[in-house]
Design a protein. Sequence first.
Length: 511
Amino acid sequence: MAPADPEVSTSSGRVRGQFENGVAVFRGIPFAQPPLGPLRFQAPVPPDSWSGVREAKEFGPAPPQVSMPDAGPAERGEQPGQAAAPAGDTGEWLTVNVWTPDAAPAASPLPVLVWIYGGAYMFGSSSEPTYDGGRFARAGAVFVSCNYRVGVEGFAQIPGAPANRGLLDAVAALQWVKDNIASFGGDPGNVTVFGESAGAGVIASLLAMGRARGLFRRAIAQSVPGTFFTPELAADITSAIAGQAGLPATYEALSQADPMRLVAAQMAVTARMREFPRWGGIKLTVTPFSPVIDGEVLPRSPWRALLAGAASDVELLTGHNRDEYRLFLAMGGQLGRVTEEEAAEVLTAFAPAPDGSAGYRKAFPDADPSALYELIFSDWLFRMPTLHLAQAHAASGGRTYLYELRAQAPAGPYGACHALDVPLVFGAMTEGMGAMLTGGSPPADFVALGELMEREWLSFATSGNPGWAAYGTEHRTTRVYDLQPDVLSYPEETSMHLWERHLFDALGLAA
């Protein structure tokens, strides 16, 4: 006889999930009211209570967005931004999902991992099949994933609205975990928040936010992006998007606009970023959104906050992939096709003082234009921000662990590219991005590497120790994930020295 569907009481009412592959799964539980009507572009508000038992077997709708690209436009036969939008007209975008091996309060509560998805602050949903938490639950943890607002809804700088609404959503989701996770068998005092790419940027922000203090004990930040905006830059981008939609950049006009109208305008602006030279280096990227250093929600950059000891009581595991930007070159059909002019442009835009582009050419004398282009983008966007986050945390006395992923994707020309760590950690290698990078049937040693990463993530979430020595500013101990894993001194020493004087502060309007 099959067991009855599991039921749990939450602060808003009782929910009913279902058993899947040996664990209890609850989907689509609201942690905030739908942010529509008078709540549009506002901070999240706790959900209304319900009577009876709410079915929690389906994911809530994704926040407004187009589908996240999984291949280059030429491969898909379409232009960027033309993918179908997910259904989301209920506005119930702010939901959590829970996988647990013990859907009841436990005498020995389990460690909790809370996943925050990436997607350039424009895409993403906790319903992505890659983010199935069953593997972590079967290993003895409670896994939670949450939605947060992206794009205009979450990160546009709008007069009369709080900045960084996507970050506030993450805080509200973590507050829900603190208030409710014991009912699912989890330990509210042992929460690890983890995420990749923009998700890691959200986590870096949470480390700097006073209102997030006490909501998590540990953090895992995979490929931290270095882009944070000044309010002036963010407001100028909002004006461009509003203009594209034929609207004034006011709260009144934008809050009355259909969300997908704003998504369409945002994607149109994204396709012509180079037309806005006043946006500086951001015009060379593929996203017009990042967290805003507004002085209130996010008082200062994560690097400055961590140096000042803002999160010295939080244990941090962070790292990057060796060939971060190769994914974007390959998906965009640029791999091996970058011209000297294109390489010179990005070197001029991003190479750090004091030596700028000349320093990169001297440090990497054998690199051709494609290699230089990949190196500078990888360093500026992900590798050096991640390293500097580890250094800032360690310098303030925070316990810090650093890694680099060097194993190459089994399929395609991607190398150890951006996002390869996600299918490895989740064991999701047969569909979506995982299938593209692994071929859907990866070799046994690559699968074993993913199993090792998952075990070490779980060890860190359980005890604060992933199994190798902590990173220090003198002994730069780094876990190197390759088919033959090792522990070395930080391997990207050349780039490290080029960037040692750089500060990852907010990016503003160009002079």
